[in-house]
Design a protein around this ligand. Structure first.
Ligand code: M6P
Ligand code: ZN
Length: 183
């Protein structure tokens, strides 16, 4: 397929830990509970590929001062009227920040601060998004083609999925009259 290729790894440091690109994929079954329309979700094939993440993790997880890089390939689709999206997370080290930037296709970055205020930013090829510490983040594919974005985050950020799994985001990105609305 023609999706954006991962950058060529080019470095001279012989001591880097993660020398290879780590690839993970998430099926619909990995996203159980995050969509509003549970019945529509159950009717969909649970082994359907939702997104893939390729990452380069040159430092040991938890290393202060190091950086990680990843590309997420989020497939198009909807569950009911809700756009296909990533699980979303706060960072385990809650004050750690992150950059996201758009590569191909289009989507929305959904953000939620510690007071559960939610807002969203339009993501498109070339757009750059700064996610401050303490802000939960999730991407939604609002287009009809593959949505790919890159990310750079600290190697001591970690992922806190539990908070989102329990309480979700306080707004959802739904298609209303053909356009995305934060509801
Ligand atoms: C980006 C980064 C990763 C994250 C991935 C998928 O590449 O933020 O840390 O794992 O998106 O998002 P999630 O972990 O919320 O499914
Ligand atoms: Zn993150």
């Amino acid at each position: 397929n023609n999706k954006i290729v991962f950058p060529e790894l080019f470095f001279t440091d012989k001591n880097l830990v993660g020398r290879d690109v780590l690839k993970i994929s998430r099926n619909l079954s990995d996203l159980k509970g995050i969509f509003a329309d549970a019945e529509a979700f159950e009717r969909m094939p649970q082994n359907q590929l939702a997104y893939e993440v390729s990452s380069f993790l040159p430092e040991k997880e938890g290393t202060p001062g190091g950086l990680y890089f990843g590309i997420t390939y989020l497939y198009p689709g909807k569950v009911g009227n809700e756009y296909m999206m990533t699980k979303g997370h706060y960072h385990a080290n809650v004050d750690r920040a992150e950059f996201y930037w758009g590569l191909e296709g289009e989507g929305m970055l959904i953000l939620m601060d510690g007071q559960r205020n939610v807002w969203a930013e339009h993501v498109f090829p070339g757009s750059l998004h700064y996610i401050p510490g303490g802000v939960a983040h999730r991407m939604a594919n609002t287009g009809s083609s593959l949505f790919s974005f890159a990310a750079c985050w600290p190697s001591d950020a970690g992922h806190n999925y539990a908070e989102i799994a329990e309480n979700g985001f306080s707004a959802r990105l739904m298609e209303v009259n053909g356009v995305p609305h934060l509801i």
